[in-house]
Design a protein around this ligand. Sequence first.
Ligand code: IVH
Length: 727
Amino acid sequence: MDEKARILQLRDELHQHNYRYYVENAPVISDQEFDFLMHELQDLEARHPELFDANSPTQRVGSDLNNEFETVVHTRPMLSLGNTYNRDEVADFWQRVSEGLMGAPFQICCELKFDGLSISLHYEEGRLVRAVTRGDGVQGDDVTANVRTIRSIPLQLPAGGDWPREFEIRGEVLMPWSSFDRLNKEREEAGEPLFANPRNAASGTLKSKNSSTVAQRGLDAYLYYLLGDGIPGDGHYQNLEAAAKWGFQVSKNMKLANSLEEVYEYIDYWDEGRKKLPVATDGVVLKVNSLAQQKSLGMTAKSPRWAIAYKFQAEQAETTLRQVVFQVGRTGAVTPVANMDPVQLAGTQVRRATLHNADVMASLDLHVGDHVLVEKGGEIIPKIVGKAETDNSKFKIQNSKFKSEEGAGEQCSIFNVQSSISFVDRCPVCGSKLVRYEGEAAHYCPNDTGCPPLILGRIEHFISRKAMNITSLGPETVDDYFHRGLIHDAADLYELRVKSEELRVKNNSNNSEDDINPDGSSLGSGADESLFSDALAPKLNPVNASFSKILASIEESKKVPFERVLFAIGIRFVGEIAAKTLARYYGSMDKVAEASKESLMQINGIGEVIADSVIGYFANPVNRAFVERLRGYGLQMEIGEQQKQAQSDKLQGQSVVISGVFQHHSRDEYKALIEQHGGKNVGSISAKTSFVLAGDNMGPAKLEKAQKLGIRIMSEDEFLSLIKSEE
Ligand code: IVH
């Protein structure tokens, strides 16, 4: 067999194995055999680039190329469904359908409502050609490259199937609980923000700019709607059965109902049964089964008359409120958290719930001992949504039956019952008076140089990737160092090498004089003794691989450009962009520190809030001393020579869209160049766009839009000579 034929054969075989593994859950070969065939195909494809096929099973791993999503108009609008939480409205729906069909018999296809994001897949000649998100229902994002990595979506349907030459199938992309839990665990370990629920995680993933990220995240898809001319028959249920035969993952839990009672049975069964499913569902969808009847019922402006979604109530449980504590987060935001008697809710035991902020707390009017309703909605942390109807806590307390967990006296309990629990006005950690910024719901502790959670937050911000990029140092280690007193602020990181060296020397000498130091302390006398325990010594040994990596990245951070240092020092409201603007405008830390409010406010993009914050930051001697220490350790306190020279205002006031793939610089580099020359990089083309910096393969939709609006398309070379030209 020649290599071309073998490639085709392998692709075909691997498509089938994928289907058996990811859709049927019934593989017929081992993972190892699968990998073996995959490697063979990869090798052959590498030798025959001319036979590249985006739908080859090898493409499931995605690529590191940046995806830029093209907007695509849906062939048929993607409507949403009317929603109800009310069982009577299900009966109303049945009645409306019956009347609409003038009493003719009908069947309702009952399905699970998957909680992900809808996707439209287009197939031509059995091949996946396009995958588009719902978007606004009229047009969505072309996410084909990302969707290709979802293994339960067939890229090529098996030959000989009775699928139409061209059709569309819609369904839901979701992240199974197992992938979601794994992803959040990884993110927690990496100190990254967690996804609130599988739907957010799936949607964030599908919109990822990098399809290899998508490939690793374990997305899945269920298909539930077949459209197009020439689809098999009149029955929606039967059509999906056919689609399942072609290789699509279709829910096995659909059911045809012949009466309203059967619909209710389905709802009741799955309200409980869904808790055991591997994916999140939030209700059931009821659809008239006959396509002809669907057509005769038609649509309202927003949704079809032939279908409705019945949403399950978020799971709730009833328990007793015992105490409200106030937590101070890393940003200084103070969150009220309820401690309650433990109760089972959505598969886990819950004893804490958030009360969000002062306004929510006030509206709930809570007292210790209240019976409350707790709900697990889309968020990770359960919340108290109100008082339970059975709340008779006051009666109980008046009879002195209630005792708080801390054993607080009866008097205190009665006092708490009479007045509702109020929000604190001082920081529970450091005692500072809390502030509430205009337009924000949260109260904040303003003591960012003296309150431990805020200091930790500042250190974490300082080391983060977009700031000083000392990412070999994770939040847990920072916490550990801080609590042991090794570091008190981010500047102390630059002393770690010296400190660890001292520790090593002292530890070595102690080890050789065991009897002199019987208590096991490893350092000399003084306060440091308790900080540098023996347990810590090996960890802080520069020979220790992970510690030496930390030291290396701390050292490396001294080269980080000034604009990121300015971002890293944590001036409230000075984000990445404002820091860049300030750095480029003033050129040095000293100039920023000396700037007046008037001077700051005349800069494009710097408003009063930022200006006040910058002034306030440098007015605080603690902050000034911190910055001086950083200077002493060798951090960049002014923009680089090259940058000074490379700057101009040739693109002043211009909005530039970047599109396509480039030869000479990366997209990020072009973005930086545009900004260095006074321009602004914007995401989408509008009448205000000055020009499009276009590389190869600029998306056709963008091109068309630019042409329509008469916007100049500039090539990479043209752009580079423009910014290099002498004025
Ligand atoms: S049918 C015209 N079936 O729920 C009918 N939708 O608001 C189109 N969904 O946007 C949808 N599971 O994202 C249908 N079995 C199912 C579904 C389902 C989840 C989602 C879908 C849609 C939304 C309805």
